[in-house]
Design a protein around this ligand. Structure first.
Ligand code: ZN
Ligand code: MN
Length: 489
């Protein structure tokens, strides 16, 4: 990577409150995904003249929960504002939002999230968290700059969003990803958000390298894409600065398919939005009573859960942080440990092997078919000596892809562990006969025996018991050695 210039990154994240049944200002259903376009609409979310918004109380509750979880100071009186702009994705020509100027105020300010960067805890400051409405979904035919036309689906218009703005305290694309993962885990623990839904977390990123202007990348569709988009932008900006060219202050679009950023427009200024208080909605006054009732409902959050994993299961801090960094993963872990108390073993299999397989298949745990039951069954098969650990690793991808029981795969494909000494001994003899050069090496150099063991494993497709194989290969070598000495004497 070309991070030769110091990098400064700030994020503006939009998360849908996916647990809400209805939109932010009307009673249209909020589950718009996969529905026929423009069917979840009404005069309010279509912005028809004369329609009046009514604020969703549950959305305020969720936003307060989120603000508390992100360590923000709550504003006791929140005034909604109009952010004016002209674009097809907002039929009213303004978005109802919160804002800290023009008489408005966001629900929470001045918070932080702690992320774990290579074992170091780092606090990332949060400017503000606010509630606002989602614009309609625009569908382009192919790349945005080449699309001959644009389709608009107002089903998404008016969905409740949290906007979360960080301070420019992130210094690498990886830190940005870690921040978003942690944010996702916190919101998922609160039960107000499901990050596995397409487009539920979208991100704009401000990025500058020393000596260049600040560039905003718009509409990065998922947190997986954030790291890619930022890495691209760092290379692009670094190239410009190296050539002595200036990095223009502008807004760029991340093209996921082509994996490049492209110029959208020169950056608009805040005053272009002509913010003013929304005349159709009353200020939101958060009473002590309301805040206390929300506090009483706050569930266990990732940091507290990590502490508990360390105490309750004796996990190292690193394991606890990785597992609780993803709610689905932490839930999976705890469900396994219920039926298989060796917590460290479970954690090793999840963090090493399972995450590896998911990464290879580019899958979320939620999308995969493996269940805690299946993993526990596999661990028990290994403990009972029915299969080797190596076969376990081999079974995992099929459990993830097909949700098949490990015992079934084993029975079907005859993958049980080979522990029969006599037949393994025969196999060792054969491997020795066929690999005289390797035997000679192994007689001189202890380390070379792994090749011979590997050949036995290969011949049995990993079914040979590693311990017994190891013993047999070693004793065979010792036998040869003693003969050799005997001959030479
Ligand atoms: Zn509506
Ligand atoms: Mn926004």
């Amino acid at each position: 990577m070309s991070a030769s210039y110091p990098v400064t990154i700030g994020l503006e994240v939009h998360c849908q409150l996916t647990s809400l049944k209805t939109k932010l200002f009307c009673s249209c259903p909020a589950d718009y995904r996969g529905k026929p376009p423009n069917t979840h609409v009404c005069p309010v979310c279509l912005g028809l003249p004369g329609s009046l918004p009514v604020l969703n109380r549950k959305a305020v509750e969720y936003a307060v929960m989120a603000a508390l979880a992100l360590n923000c100071k709550l504003n006791r009186r929140c005034i909604l504002v109009r952010k004016n702009y002209f674009y097809v994705d907002m039929a009213k020509n303004f978005q109802i939002s919160m804002y800290e100027k023009a008489g408005g105020s966001p629900i929470g300010v001045d918070g932080y999230i702690t992320i774990n960067v290579d074992g170091q805890k780092k606090r990332i400051g949060i400017y503000r968290i606010q509630l606002e409405e989602d614009p309609a979904r625009l569908v382009h035919m192919g790349p945005i700059d080449l699309s001959p036309y644009t389709l608009v689906d107002y089903n998404r218009s008016g969905i409740a969003l949290l906007e979360i703005v960080t301070k420019p305290e992130l210094h690498s694309p990886r830190e940005a990803r870690l921040f978003l993962q942690k944010l996702r885990s916190i919101l998922e623990h609160l039960g107000i958000f499901d990050g596995s839904l397409e487009g539920s977390m979208r991100c704009d990123a401000n990025i500058s390298i020393q000596g260049g202007g600040r560039v905003e990348i718009k509409n990065i569709s998922s947190f997986k894409e954030v790291e890619r988009a930022l890495n691209f932008e760092i290379s692009r900006q670094t190239e410009l600065v190296k050539k002595g060219l200036s990095v223009e202050r502008e807004t760029r679009h991340w093209d996921e398919a082509r994996r490049i950023t492209i110029t959208l427009r020169a950056k608009e200024e805040e005053y272009d939005y002509r913010y003013f208080p929304e005349p159709d909605l009353l200020p939101v006054d958060l009473t002590d009573e309301f805040i206390e009732s929300v506090k009483a409902k706050m569930p266990e959050l990732p940091d507290a859960r990590a502490e508990r994993f360390i105490k309750q299961y004796g996990l190292p801090e690193y394991d606890a942080a990785v597992l609780t960094g993803d709610k689905a993963l932490a839930d999976f872990f705890e469900a396994c440990v219920k039926n298989y108390p060796d917590a460290k073993k479970v954690s090793n299999w999840i963090m090493g092997d399972l995450l590896g397989v998911l990464h290879e298949l580019d899958m979320d745990l939620n999308e995969s078919k493996i269940t805690p039951d299946l993993l526990v069954e596999m661990l028990k098969l290994i403990d009972q000596g029915v299969i080797s650990g190596k076969i376990g690793k081999y079974l995992l991808p099929r459990m993830v892809k097909e949700g098949k029981r490990p015992s079934e795969i084993v029975a079907e494909s005859g993958l049980t562990r080979l522990a029969d000494r006599a037949s393994l001994e025969e196999l060792v003899e054969k491997v020795f006969r066929e690999n005289p050069k390797a035997v000679k090496d192994a007689l001189m150099d202890e380390k070379a025996i792994h090749f011979l063991i590997g050949q036995v494993m290969k011949a049995t497709r990993g079914r040979a018991d590693p311990q017994i194989t190891n013993e047999l290969v070693r004793s065979k070598l010792a036998e040869l050695k003693s003969k050799q000495i005997h001959v030479e004497v």
